[in-house]
Design a protein around this ligand. Structure first.
Ligand code: GLA
Length: 378
C-alpha cells in the first residue's frame, strides 16, 4: 500500500527553489544514502517546482535540458539504483506557482509521462487554478490519472488546506494532503501551523496523511524559505511535533551541510519511531494550558503510548509554573487499575523508571519532552 505510514524524504523547494539541477539532486541522493538518512527511513528524493521548460513541446512537459541534460528517466534510474524513490511536482492549475506549465487539462497524459520516467511520488500544487474550476474534481482527476498510469505513484496533494481537505482528500485518492500555507524558517511559522492542525489529525491513518509542509529543521535562515531561522530547541520542537502528529517527514535543509545537532534531530530513532509506528494511530490532545502549553498522546503498538509535552512560548511558566503534571487518569489508566508506566525519553533514549498515578516534568521556554510509556503491571 502506498503511504501505509507517513512518507519520509527530502524535497528541493525549501532551500533551492528554482536553483535545481541534476548534479544537485544526485549529490543529495548520495548524502541520503551515505550519511544514514536512508537507513533512518528517508526514502523519497523530490524535485519541486521549476524543473521544466517554460512551455510544453508537442503538448508534453519537457525537463529543462540545461538543468537536467540527461532527462528525468536517467535521474530516476540513478535514484532507484540507490534503493530510493523519485518524486516530482506539477500543479492542478494552468501554471505552477512559479509560472511553469502544469497539468490542468493534461492530467492523463502527464501522469503517463511521469510513469514512463519512473516517478514514484507526485506533489500536486494548486496555483493558477481557474476560478470557475471544481477543485475537488481536479484532485480526483489526477488521482485517477495516476491510477491509470501503469505505475504506483504516491499522490501528494497540495492545496494548502483550501476547502477543508481533511474531509475529502482521503476519499478523493490523495495519499497525503497539505493542510496549510507554506512554512517559513521562523518559529512563528511552525508554531502557527502546529496550532492550526493539532485538532485536525484525527483522519490520519494508513493510506492518507495530513501534510503540515516540509521540515525547516537545520535551515538556519538559509535558502528560499529562510527567514530569521530558529534555535536548536525550536528545530527539535518542530521536528518532534511533525513526527508526533503523523505529518510526512520531508526534509527541506541542504543535507550536504547540515550541522551535527540538527542532523541528530532529523535522524532521531525515537521520534521517527513515533511517526512510523505500526498501528498508525493519530495523536490526540490531552490538555492545553493557555495558548502555548500542549500535552499530546499517541497510542503506539506493543502496549505502549507516547506522551509529548510542548511549551511553544518564550516563557518558562506556561504551565502556571515551570512543571507540567500529567495524570494517569488522562491516559485512561485510572488509579484503581494499579498499572504503571515505564517511561523512556524518546529523544535521548534515557530510561526514566516506572511511574504510577502520574508524572511531572519541567518543560521551559520552547521545551519539548517526548516520552514513550510501556504499560506494566504493578
Ligand atoms: C507552493 C507550494 C510550495 C512549493 C511552491 C513551488 O507555494 O505550497 O510547497 O511547492 O508552490 O512554487
Amino acid at each position: 500500500m502506498l503511504s501505509h505510514k507517513p512518507p519520509m524524504g527530502w524535497n528541493s523547494w525549501n532551500t533551492f527553489a528554482q536553483n535545481i539541477n541534476e548534479k544537485l539532486i544526485m549529490e543529495m541522493t548520495d548524502v541520503i544514502v551515505n550519511e544514514g538518512y536512508q537507513a533512518a527511513g528517508y526514502e523519497y528524493v523530490i524535485i519541486d517546482d521549476c524543473w521544466s521548460l517554460k512551455e510544453r513541446v508537442d503538448g508534453k512537459l519537457v525537463p529543462d535540458p540545461e538543468l537536467f541534460p540527461n532527462g528525468m528517466k536517467h535521474l530516476a534510474d540513478y535514484i532507484h539504483s540507490k534503493g530510493l524513490k523519485f518524486g516530482m511536482y506539477s500543479c492542478a492549475g494552468f501554471k505552477t506557482c512559479a509560472g511553469y506549465p502544469s497539468s490542468y487539462g493534461h492530467e492523463f497524459e502527464d501522469a503517463k509521462q511521469f510513469a514512463e520516467w519512473g516517478v514514484d511520488y507526485l506533489k500536486y500544487d494548486f496555483c493558477n487554478f481557474p476560478q470557475s474550476g471544481d477543485a475537488k474534481n481536479a484532485y480526483l482527476t489526477m488521482a485517477m490519472a495516476l491510477r491509470n498510469s501503469g505505475r504506483d505513484i504516491l499522490f501528494a496533494a497540495c492545496n494548502w488546506g483550501e476547502k477543508n481537505p481533511s474531509q475529502w482528500m482521503r476519499s478523493h485518492g490523495a495519499h497525503t494532503y497539505r493542510s496549510t500555507g507554506d512554512i517559513f524558517d521562523a518559529p512563528k511559522s511552525y508554531i502557527d501551523i502546529f496550532k492550526s492542525q493539532i485538532d485536525n489529525v484525527e483522519g490520519n491513518g494508513p493510506g492518507c496523511y495530513n501534510d503540515m509542509d516540509m521540515l525547516i529543521t537545520g535551515m538556519h535562515g538559509n535558502g528560499h524559505v529562510g527567514l530569521e531561522g530558529c534555535t536548536d530547541a525550536q528545530y527539535l520542537q518542530h521536528f518532534a511535533l511533525w513526527a508526533f502528529l503523523g505529518s510526512p517527514l520531508i526534509i527541506g535543509a541542504d543535507l550536504r551541510s547540515l550541522d551535527p545537532v540538527n542532523k541528530d534531530v532529523i535522524l532521531n530513532p525515537g521520534l521517527i519511531s513515533i511517526n512510523q509506528d505500526d498501528e498508525c494511530r493519530p495523536a490526540f490532545c490531552i490538555s492545553k494550558v493557555g495558548e502555548n502549553g500542549f500535552c499530546i498522546a499517541k497510542i503506539l503498538s506493543g502496549g505502549r503510548i507516547a506522551i509529548g509535552m510542548f511549551n511553544v512560548s518564550e516563557t518558562d511558566n506556561v504551565w502556571c509554573g515551570a512543571r507540567i503534571n500529567v495524570s494517569f487518569d488522562d491516559l485512561g489508566l485510572h488509579s484503581e487499575t494499579n498499572l504503571g508506566l515505564k517511561l523512556t525519553d524518546a529523544f535521548t533514549g534515557e530510561e526514566l523508571g516506572v511511574f504510577h498515578d502520574g508524572f511531572s516534568f519541567e518543560v521551559g521556554a520552547y521545551g519539548s519532552k517526548v516520552l514513550i510509556g510501556e504499560i506494566v503491571n504493578g
